[in-house]
Structures are given as C-alpha cells and as structure tokens.
Design a protein around this ligand. Structure first.
Ligand code: ZN
Length: 60
C-alpha cells in the first residue's frame, strides 16, 4: 500500500506545500492566498483539478 501525500505548488510563490490539512490550499499560507485573491479580480485563471478519488476506498 502506498501512502502518497499530495503536494501543490503555491500559485503565488511557487513553494511546494502540502495539500491535505492545509486550510489555505492551494496556497502555502494565508498571506499568499490573500495576495492571489487580488489577482483573481483582474484576470481569471483556472486551477487544474486533480481527481484522486481512488484513495478514499482504502482509507483506514
Ligand atoms: Zn506561497
């Protein structure tokens, strides 16, 4: 059985940050989220959604 954590690159500072348990995902911090939120108003862009539903069947 594999346990792989999901990491995402913070759209603002490109730092790798853990996806699970991160309230600010996909950002690394609240600060980056707030900064990026400003750019949402100017330009729309989409964050790719990663489907990973298979792992749910194997949970604990
Ligand atoms: Zn960041």
């Amino acid at each position: 059985m594999k346990e792989e954590k999901t990491y995402v690159s913070c759209p603002n500072c490109k730092k790798k940050t853990e996806y699970e348990g991160n309230p600010y995902r996909p950002f690394c911090s609240k600060r980056c989220k707030m900064v990026d939120l400003g750019s949402w108003l100017k330009e729309e862009y989409r964050i790719p959604v990663q489907g990973n539903d298979d792992s749910e069947a194997l949970s604990h």
